[in-house]
Design a binder for this molecule. Structure first.
Ligand code: NAD
Length: 460
């Protein structure tokens, strides 16, 4: 495999240089073919995701298959418009001219994807990279064997290897891929591996998008609709077994409301998954034993007020609520990335600030409140990738919004047109008219400086 990485990349470099990825009509032919193949594999996608971590068909559809399909539809519908050189207003200083932004593909793109939404997070960047005129090598996650094999089959069925290839493998393969020179790297995964990607990219000054994670807070004040908040939070936290980069990581609620809210959360969990979530067809498993042990470790010194059942043999962890863990406890150190929900409390805005500011800028932030002043304060005070007021997760679903982190939760953004722009170099081009050529800029300058200063002052 390691030998063939160089060969495949070389063939993709040659293919890109041949200009064959550039005609929009050809890109559309491939995107439509990809859509056909994806549609024909719908059941296979659900089967693979179920085999990988018992993900239900409903969650597989709304968070993976359906989103890939809508991304394909969106791109196919808008590609010609997005790819057109964009006419920009000219400047008096360049008059007479026509000014443009050309959307130019970077070239050879590497996409490295994670296991938690293995179908979506591999195909969405791949689709947009192709739409933007690049070649792609995809390295799907080694932890979702069935889905990664299916992705490789889909890619093979649609694209010649010198255009798009899926190379499966673990860290060793990823490291080999990263040792090559790329024109763009798109990575989704953990903060620690994100740093390795950034370091490898820096060697060649390769631009990167890093879609990472973090501890995303969920704030609830005393004006919130608690019952609705509980239902929405239970949905967003335990969806995909809590293995969602933008899942609420922990709750911070006004102290006086805590007990009532815990009661509401318990009722919603039972309503969603029954008295024994292990028997629910809708509740997925943890991806592997390593992650199950990691999560089990987090629970060791916690005050568990609901759930807490663990079966390391089947990678089952029940939806679990934890009452007021210390900020320096294991569960509050790193992103949880599992079905464990700590509930912290605050009295004053200072308390709130102390808790939120003790973590890096998160990928998401959620605020449940009906107090406009409080909401404005939260939105203007804290930096985060994206968020929702009075709900969770749903900002991911609007392709008109950019999706990405800030600071340690990531850099760059994608989805829809933002994705197309991410995978395109924006080339500034001025087409100059020849019919007028004022002598103002040419030497000898003499007294021209007075005129040029006036022009800059009033029109520049
Ligand atoms: P991970 O970082 O362990 O792995 C992601 C990918 O990187 C995999 O393909 C893996 O093979 C590869 N990889 C692992 N070690 C590597 C190394 N040393 N060098 C090069 N590549 C390496 O992440 P994961 O466990 O698959 O996913 C979970 C993490 O991803 C969480 O932190 C989560 O928040 C984050 N995530 C972020 C988003 C987002 O859109 N921001 C989406 C999903 C997941």
């Amino acid at each position: 495999m390691l030998d063939s990485i160089s060969n495949i990349l070389y063939s993709q470099q040659t293919f890109f240089k041949s200009q064959k990825t550039k005609p929009i009509a050809d890109r559309l032919v491939y995107l439509k073919a990809l859509k056909e193949v994806v549609l024909s594999k719908e059941q296979a996608v659900y089967d693979a995701l179920y085999k990988d971590f018992k993900k239900s068909e409903f969650e597989s559809f709304i968070s993976e298959f359906g989103l890939v399909l809508s991304q394909l539809n969106l791109v196919i519908k808008n590609l010609e418009k997005w790819a057109k050189p964009e006419r920009i207003k000219s400047s008096l200083l360049t008059f007479p001219s026509k000014d443009f932004i050309y959307k130019e593909p970077y070239g050879n793109v590497l996409v490295i994807s994670p296991w938690n939404y293995p179908f979506l997070l591999a195909l969405e960047p791949l689709i947009i990279a192709i739409a933007a005129g690049n070649t792609v090598i995809l390295k799907p996650s080694e932890l979702t064997k069935h889905t990664s094999q299916l992705l490789t089959n889909i890619v093979k069925a649609v694209f010649p290897e010198n255009y798009v290839a899926s190379i499966q493998g673990d860290v060793q393969v990823a490291t080999e891929l990263l040792s090559k020179k790329w024109d763009y790297i798109f990575f989704t995964g953990s903060v620690s591996v994100g740093k390795i990607i950034a370091e490898a990219a820096a060697k060649h000054l390769t631009p990167v998008t890093l879609e990472l994670g973090g501890k995303s807070p969920c704030i609830i004040d005393d004006t919130a609709n608690l019952k609705l908040a509980a239902k929405r939070i239970v949905w967003g936290k335990f969806f995909n077994g809590g293995q969602t980069c933008i899942a609420p990581d922990y709750i911070i609620i006004k102290h006086a409301l805590k007990q009532e809210f815990i009661t509401l959360l318990k009722a919603e969990i039972t309503q969603f998954y029954g008295k024994n979530p292990e028997e629910s067809k809708d509740f997925p498993r943890i991806i592997n034993t390593k992650n199950t042990s990691r999560l089990a470790n987090m629970l060791k010194d916690c005050h568990v007020v609901f759930g807490g059942t663990i079966d390391e043999k089947t990678n089952y962890i029940a939806p679990t609520l934890i009452d007021e863990p210390a900020l320096d406890s294991e569960v509050m150190q790193d992103e949880i990335f599992g079905p464990i929900l700590p509930i912290l409390t605050y009295e004053t805005e200072n308390d709130l600030d102390r808790i939120i500011s003790s973590f890096e800028k998160p990928l998401a932030l959620y605020a449940f409140s009906n107090d406009k002043k409080f909401i404005d304060h939260i939105l203007s005070t804290y930096s985060f990738g994206g968020g929702v007021v009075n709900d969770v997760l749903i900002h991911f679903g609007n392709h008109r919004l950019p999706f990405g982190g800030v600071g340690p939760s990531g850099m760059g953004a994608y989805h829809g047109k933002y994705g197309f722009d991410t995978f395109s170099h924006h080339k500034a081009v001025i087409k100059r008219g020849n019919w007028l050529d004022p002598s103002l800029r040419y030497a000898p300058y003499n007294q021209k400086v007075t005129i040029i200063k006036k022009i800059f002052k009033y029109f520049g």
